[in-house]
Design a protein around this ligand. Structure first.
Ligand code: AMP
Ligand code: MG
Length: 345
């Protein structure tokens, strides 16, 4: 398949390009597009065969459900049974990086939901994503636009590397602002939700809107053997570079000294803080941002994991993020990238 790559810098001026992309979606084809979180691989969310094409293009297990993207929060009502909790979440956080799991309606095929009776709904804020969904006139089912098991793509080059020849079109809208996938919550009842995946909407922000916010154990821990995951995605190995990743925890000066010492004896790639640069040798060094700048670290993480994985390193070291604020989303992705390998220094 020949994949067209189109740069979109202005969705209003480039309406004709976006209309062509929307036409591909309506005709059952696949278009990768930028969102504020990561790039998505989109197809018609009401079309069983488009969903199957998405799974095939990514090499994704067909029981790992897709998120459907809508142009306006109210549109969720057409595809899912919404309630007051959804409306409050939507008012507070949509459009934006929040996905809500609700009971699905008949119109959404089971291939989209991985066989489940629930469906994940999100309304992205990125202007290109919004324009594409509105022009398509159908909800867009879209998982992250990476090959299954690779880090999610945060720029068009990552999508091209993974999916060129496997999709009809890639819309290049530059770097994603947040860099980590959306926060996912399941509505449990009136005023109660469970956080299934942390993201740009933090636990604290959710608590301002909903009285009871549970956190699924798999957010911070490995699933126990035989444990039933609340979200199918939890059971799959994710975000894992080929080179083994080890996360370091401990007093900051000690960790920096440990890294400097490891550089002397091993071929290691380091995802370090900017403050550590003066103390480290300059090869295979990937600064993630300042120690306290969690937003910068979120934005760069997946790109740097891809870059570190292309080096000749035998090991990748990174810092264990804090479990607070946006740190919880980083923590959740990093422990997966590291297959839960944490070293206390
Ligand atoms: P991705 O878009 O690639 O980030 O993947 C979407 C994630 O949403 C997957 O990990 C799924 O497990 C999760 N998800 C989608 N639909 C549902 C659902 N109905 N119930 C629980 N989790 C879901
Ligand atoms: Mg994904």
């Amino acid at each position: 398949m020949n994949t067209q790559v189109i740069q979109i810098s202005d969705p209003i001026l480039q309406k004709s390009d976006l209309s062509r992309a929307a036409e591909i979606i309506r005709a059952g084809g696949l278009v990768a597009f930028p969102t504020e979180t990561v790039y998505g691989l989109g197809g018609d969310g009401t079309d069983d065969s488009a969903a199957k094409k998405i799974y095939a293009a990514k090499g994704r297990p067909s029981d790992n459900p897709l998120i459907i993207h809508v142009a306006a929060p109210e549109d969720a009502d057409r595809y899912a049974v919404v309630n007051a909790t959804y409306r409050r979440l939507a008012k507070a956080f949509m459009p934006g990086p929040l996905t809500v799991i609700l009971q699905k309606r008949e119109i959404v095929p089971k291939s989209v939901t991985g066989g489940l009776d629930t469906v994940a709904v999100r309304c992205p804020s990125h202007p290109v994503a919004h324009a594409l969904i509105a022009l398509a006139g159908v909800p867009i089912a879209a998982p992250s636009a990476n090959l299954s098991g690779k880090p999610s793509p945060t720029c068009a080059a990552h999508v091209i590397a993974d999916l060129s020849g496997r999709v009809d079109m890639i819309l290049d809208g530059g770097d994603c602002e947040i860099g980590l996938e959306s926060t996912i919550v399941k509505v449990d009842g009136e005023d109660e939700i469970t956080l299934l995946r942390p993201g740009g909407i933090t636990y604290d922000a959710l608590c301002m809107v909903v009285s009871k916010v549970n956190i699924a154990p798999a957010v911070t821990h490995a699933l126990a053997q035989n444990e039933h995951p609340l979200s199918p995605g939890m059971k799959y190995r994710h975000y894992a570079p080929n080179i083994p990743v080890v996360l370091l925890s401990g007093e900051s000066k000690k960790v920096t000294a440990f890294l400097a010492n490891e550089q002397k004896t091993k071929k290691c790639a380091l995802l370090c803080y900017e403050e550590e640069l003066p103390f480290l040798r300059a090869d295979r060094l990937f600064p993630v941002g300042k120690r306290d700048d969690l937003a910068a670290q979120a934005q760069t993480l997946f790109r740097l994991l891809r870059e570190a994985d292309r080096t000749d390193a035998e090991i990748i070291y990174a810092h264990l993020p804090p479990e607070t604020g946006l740190g919880l989303a980083l923590y959740n992705r990093m422990i997966r990238a590291a297959a839960h390998t944490i070293k206390e220094v």
